[in-house]
Structures are given as C-alpha cells and as structure tokens.
Design a protein around this ligand. Structure first.
Ligand code: ARG
Length: 410
C-alpha cells in the first residue's frame, strides 16, 4: 500500500453494533494492515484516498461470525466405520477444503475442538501463513478423555490396540496431556466430561471425568493461559465441569436448575449445538452413524433444545457452537434460526457468534465487533438480520484481515 492512502475503504449502508444492537447509518470504514483503523461519517468532506474502495451501501455490515465448536478435519459424509478409512494426511486435506467452505459461509473465526494428529494446528498455521484460505483457527489439538470414553477411539476390538494418544486417567496423567497439547501448538484444551451420541459404547448421561481430574485439567490450563472446553451432555458431568472451572460446556444437553445456577455463578459459557440433531436424524444413517448413536440422538436432541430455552431464559452466557463436521461445513449459519426459535432474540444469537465468542476466547480486544483497532473481519448481508435472521444462512460478502474473500459479482 502507498504511504498516504488507506488500504481499503468500505462504504457501509448500515453497521450493526453488536454490543448495543444499534444500526448505524452513514459510516465508512478505513482498513489498514488488516485492522479497522477508524470509522468515519461517509458524508465527511475529507474522505482519505484508498488503494481499494468497496461500496457496500446496499448492505448491513456485521462482525465476522465465530463458531466455537467445529471439527474442520471431519467429513460429515463419513461417520462410524467409514471414518476409519481416511489417513491422517487425507483428513488434513479434507480440513483445507472445509476451512475454505467455512470462511465462504461468513465464519471468519472458529474454535476447532478436536482433531487427530494436530491436523487442526497445521491448518491454522497454513491459513495464517496465507498458504490456503480459511478462518482464524483456535485449535484444541487432540481432546482429552478417559479410557473408553467419548474422546477415545472405541470402534475397533481389543486386538487392534487403538487408543487416542490423549487418553489420560487420573489428575497427573491428565495434566501431562494438557502439556502435550500445548507443546504441539494447541490454543485451547478440549476434554470429554461425559459420554456422547456418536461414540460407540458410551452413555450420554454418564459422567466420565471425575471432579478431581477436571480440576487438575482446568488448573493446568489456567497456569498456561489457555481456555478450556468440556464436552458434556449429562447433568452431573456438566455440573462438575463447571465446578472445576472449565470455561465452556459443549452440548449442555441435560440441564437441571442447579446446573444453570452453577453456570451463572461461575460465569461459564454454554455452547449448544441445537441444529445438529436435524442432520443426524435425517442423513445420519446414510453417512454411517451407528444405530446405537441414532437411538441416543432420538433421546437427547429434543431435551437439548428445551435445555437451551431454559438456559437462555435464565441468562446463562451463550456462544455459538455448531459441531459442523458432524453435519456439512458451510451450513453452520443454519443454526441461527433455531437459536431464535428456541428462545433467543436475533441480536442475542448474533452476539453469541460474535462478541460473546470473542470474550470467551479472551480475544475481545481483537475480534467480535466492528470497532476501531480490531481485525477487519467483516461480513455483509442485504437486509436487516435483526428482522430476518435467515440472512445469515447465505452470506454474500466476507472480509477477513482486511482482505476481501467474497463479494457479489458486479
Ligand atoms: N459430537 C456430539 C456427540 O457425539 C454430537 C451431539 C449431537 N447431538 C445433539 N443433539 N447436539 O455427542
């Protein structure tokens, strides 16, 4: 860029202030070195020179969307035993494709909560270095879990000796796996506190990590300054994860009043994937999801949506988490309308995917709103998403780091 001119000038029709819900007109954004340098009035007589001008005067601008629960290296068409056939390098390549799709859908940041062989770390770094296109990734590496738990590999019989390399039983073993993940580049620590839907032989409601183990994990992560996320469907596992000081509860399906009170008291975030159930029950069988998992989903999906409504009503802090990878990447935005259907205002749903997510990640100085000083991660839609949340299902304009990655044809 030339010395005087700003890199990119965006003339906005409307800017959504996600903190207040205000729709601001007559704004122009000046982007420098990937960040929003300033926001000025468009009718200001002294608009500076710009290397590039983007006219979005027919659009509403929002901060880039942030999904706190994805698995980029997972192929939604290959579940169960079908998933065993892909090599680790193949999964990384699948991840590269899914990263591009995710960014094109308007998700400029994602938290990848589990990937084999640190493929998510490799993806993160390749994107950061400009080798491939994709969102900013906050990577968990290999998720921690107990022997035979939701985060272990349970499909093969004993003779294959297959075991996830991040299985850890006991507080010190678990601390070591936290350290291992950080050593190999993880930004966040993901654990499995209870059984799950898609893992063979686990009970959704049953707790797996004990309070003692989760305390050790949360403490170790805090020492190292990394955020923690716990997969937890079952009530006792949710509660002990909160008591242990885990930062976000993933799924949070089987809530009771005490679980909600604990979340409020500890300031814990819930990341509830309430769209996934529709895909699992309609397309899951074809994709290879085991019959036992389909049965578990039939029990948990509806309850999770009721729990979502209760948590929203009680005022629990919520982030947007989709579990894309269970269903096809790029469809992440379909969850917004379900979040509204089950109790959120459109603004709350947008906040979950922007400012709340940025705050959970301790990144709110850099991400989560359209403000001077933050990364220029911006999406734009034609119309008002506070009136029509479905606009976020197909996003025509995506800007990341001040680079236009998607724009409407002239
Ligand atoms: N990965 C999660 C699990 O296997 C998916 C749960 C999806 N179902 C749901 N109702 N949210 O447990």
């Amino acid at each position: 860029s030339s010395a005087q001119a700003t890199d990119l000038m965006i003339k906005a029709g409307t800017v959504l202030d996600v903190t207040t819900g205000d729709l601001l007109n007559n704004k122009t954004l000046l982007i420098e070195d990937g960040r929003i340098q300033s926001i000025i009035d468009t009718d200001n007589a002294t608009l500076p020179a710009a290397d590039q001008v983007l006219d979005l005067s027919d659009y509403t601008l929002l901060p880039g969307l942030m999904d706190m629960h994805v698995h980029l290296t997972s192929d939604a068409n290959k579940h169960g035993y079908k998933r065993l056939a892909d090599s680790l390098p193949r999964k990384a390549l699948t991840g590269a494709m899914n990263a591009r799709t995710t960014l094109q859908a308007g998700f400029t940041s994602v938290r990848n909560v589990g990937a084999p062989g640190y493929s998510d770390v490799a993806l993160r770094d390749a994107i950061r270095d400009g080798e491939i296109s994709g969102p900013r990734i906050f990577a968990a590496g290999i998720p921690l879990g107990v022997t035979g738990g939701h985060c272990d590999n349970n499909l093969l019989p004993y003779s294959y000796k297959d075991k996830s390399p991040a299985v850890a039983d006991g507080p010190w073993a678990a601390r070591e796996k936290v350290r291992m993940n950080i050593k190999y580049g993880a930004d966040v620590i993901k654990i499995c506190a209870t059984g799950g839907v898609l893992s063979k032989g686990t009970k959704v409601g049953a707790q797996q990590y004990s309070l003692e183990e989760m305390k050790a994990i949360a403490d170790e992560a805090k020492l190292r300054g990394v955020v923690t996320a716990a997969h937890a469907h079952g009530t006792s596992g949710i509660k002990d994860a909160i008591r242990a000081g885990i930062d976000s509860i993933e799924h949070a399906s089987l809530l009771d009043d005490e679980a909600i009170e604990l979340a409020l008291k500890h300031g814990t975030y819930f990341s509830m994937d309430i769209f996934t159930t529709e895909y699992i029950l309609s397309a899951g069988k074809e994709a290879g999801i085991l019959e036992e998992s389909l049965n578990k989903e039939r029990k948990v999906g509806k309850t999770q949506r009721e729990s979502f409504r209760r948590a929203v009503e009680a005022g629990v802090k919520m982030v947007f988490g989709s579990d894309a990878g269970v269903y096809p990447h790029g469809m992440n935005g379909q969850q917004f309308s379900r979040m509204v259907k089950f109790g959120m205002s459109p603004l709350q749903a947008i906040q979950a995917a922007t400012i709340n997510a940025a705050t959970l990640l301790n990144q709110n100085q850099h991400l989560g709103s359209i403000d001077a000083g933050k990364w220029a991660d911006i999406v734009a839609v034609k119309g008002n998403p506070l009136e029509k949340i479905q606009l976020l299902e197909s996003i025509p304009v995506v800007i990341k780091d001040g680079h236009i990655v998607k724009q409407p044809a002239e």
